[in-house]
Design a protein around this ligand. Structure first.
Ligand SMILES: [Zn+2]
Length: 534
């Protein structure tokens, strides 16, 4: 039983069969019908979106003896010769392997002769961005004065590499990535024609994996059919052939990550590896899954933006409630970075593991979104009543009220700190806060110790520069921890209050920064008066 690749078998012969590029097809057909054909076209767009297919149909149309409504008849001698690749009128050049000046000079010499049959000589130059500088210059000369019977169709995936001199002489057409719906519909159609029994879910998975390329979709489908020839093609079989992962696994993984369960998350990964799943594919699918969750959380009309079945949408909605948008965005960022790194990495597994640890342990990262995630974890813990952040203080000193009770029982009270002591604290602030840990320590690094010099009241105010520190203030243990540290150093008791710098302009944006005078104070360890005018 011989098998012709779907991509070859179902290559469109007419403009009508080209899917997903209606804007281009309409314009070209109108040009043909009005006999206003250009001499240089530039077709840009990602691979497999129909650039060379449309180029060939156009070449056929302009030469067809009996074109039908702007499309080739596919029956006349000229059409048949072009389809068979025997026509002298259509010349296909792959610029990736013919990129030199000589190749283009050859074209220029040929261009001088009229076509022996048909109306136009059509040159299709694929991957045209690969031409050398010299070749582009040679091409430019031809494009400047093209004979009336010559059409150039330049195709490229990288339009930004085409010299502007060339661009300005071409009609440019941007090919779109083809939507999952369009690809799925086409695959469905072809499978009916081929009489292959295939599950809807399987088709949609392939359509999605093709990432906008009809050619990729067809060759993925080919792979799957070849593997299970004569059997019904199910979703599970497609996952097996493509080394892909089921959505349920993503849901399981996300739950582990949200729990901060590193071991659990790595176990899920281990299972995937044992089942022979492709890690690169897994990473990009997981990003896609989280992107869908984010859309469900943030969009009003999910149906319009989300390419999933009703049943899957319900699942996504349920899962989206477990996680907030900021956390999701951080996860997506970490995994998107990973999908770039993993492509050429030899230690794929280690990279995925590190990324999972990053998701579970935001404390290992230092940017704003991971700090927000840490606050989320703290809040979750506070809500569920789990003690937050292991502090240096022991149980009996844990709360201020208890400390007071202890003081009453204690025969010798430590002396109360005086304003000089506060000066000492200010000068040694950096080394004092180093004894704290976690988020509290991070926040203290952007804090200023202050006291009210006017009243001489021996009370230390710790002023945080960022509103994010509210999470630290809300946890009474923090003030106790810090006060214990200072008390130990001074040998004196100290009253202490944690506050957030008021009228912080940046507070709303979350980009709180220390002002210049705060940095100076921090470095010089004394009050600095900044004079406005000199
Ligand atoms: Zn024809």
């Amino acid at each position: 039983m011989s098998y012709t690749a779907l991509y070859r078998k179902f290559r469109p012969d007419t403009f009508e069969d080209v899917k997903g590029q209606e804007h281009i097809v309409t314009t070209l057909k109108n040009q043909v019908k009005a006999d206003r054909i250009g001499h240089a076209y530039l077709f840009c767009g990602t691979r497999g979106t129909g650039k060379t297919t449309i180029a060939k149909i156009l070449a056929k149309t302009v030469n067809c003896e009996h074109p039908v409504d702007g499309s080739p008849c596919n029956e006349c001698e000229t059409c048949r010769a072009i389809s068979a690749g025997t026509s002298m009128n259509v010349i296909e050049i792959d610029a990736a392997s013919n990129n030199g000046v000589d190749n283009i000079r050859e074209i220029r010499e040929e261009v001088a002769y009229r076509p022996t049959q048909g109306r136009y000589k059509v040159y299709i130059i694929d991957e045209v961005h690969m031409l050398s500088v010299g070749a582009f210059n040679a091409l430019l000369k031809t494009l400047e004065e093209p004979p009336s019977y010559v059409i150039f169709i330049l195709a490229t995936t990288e339009a930004h590499k085409i010299p502007i001199t060339i661009l300005s002489r071409c009609q440019r057409y941007d090919f779109r990535r083809i939507t999952v719906d369009t690809i799925a519909a086409r695959l469905q159609e072809l499978m009916a024609e081929e009489k292959v029994d295939v599950q809807d879910k399987a088709i949609r998975y392939i359509a999605k994996a093709a990432d906008g390329s009809m050619r990729d979709a067809l060759s993925l489908l080919d792979q799957c059919i070849a593997f299970y020839l004569g059997e019904t093609l199910t979703y599970d079989k497609v996952l097996d052939v493509l080394g892909a992962v089921d959505t349920e696994v993503f849901s399981k993984l996300l739950r582990k990550v949200l729990e901060g369960n590193v071991t659990g998350a790595i176990q899920v990964l281990e299972e995937l590896i044992t089942r022979g799943r492709d890690l690169g594919q897994f990473v990009s699918d997981f990003v896609w899954y989280m992107r869908n969750l984010l859309l469900v959380k943030t969009s009003e009309n999910i149906e319009d933006v989300l390419d999933v079945s009703t049943e899957n949408r319900k699942l996504l909605e349920e899962e989206s409630r477990m996680v907030d948008s900021d956390t999701l965005m951080r996860y997506i960022r970490v995994f998107s970075e990973l999908s770039n790194q993993i492509r050429y990495a030899s230690q794929k597994r280690v990279l995925v593991e590190i990324a999972l640890i990053k998701l579970c342990r935001p404390a290992m990262e230092t940017n704003l979104d991971s700090v927000l995630d840490r606050i989320r974890i703290l809040e979750d813990k506070m809500e569920s009543g789990v003690p937050v952040q292991a502090s240096a203080s022991s149980g009996k000193e844990a709360l201020p009220q208890k400390q007071e009770e202890a003081e009453v029982k204690e025969p010798i009270k430590p002396p109360v700190a005086a304003p000089e002591d506060l000066q000492y604290i200010k000068q040694n602030w950096k080394s004092l806060i180093r004894e704290t840990s976690g988020l509290f320590y991070q926040m203290l690094q952007n804090s200023v110790p202050k006291y009210n010099g006017d009243t001489g009241e021996p009370k230390l105010y710790v002023e945080f520069q960022s509103y994010l520190a509210q999470a630290c203030i809300d946890n009474p243990e923090n003030a106790v921890t810090l006060s214990n540290i200072i008390q130990k150093k001074l040998g004196k008791s100290i009253e202490l209050e944690l506050i957030i710098k008021r009228d912080n302009k940046e507070a709303r944006t979350g980009l709180a920064e220390i002002s210049v005078d705060d940095i100076l104070k921090d470095k010089i360890h004394m009050d600095v008066v900044i004079e406005d005018d000199f």
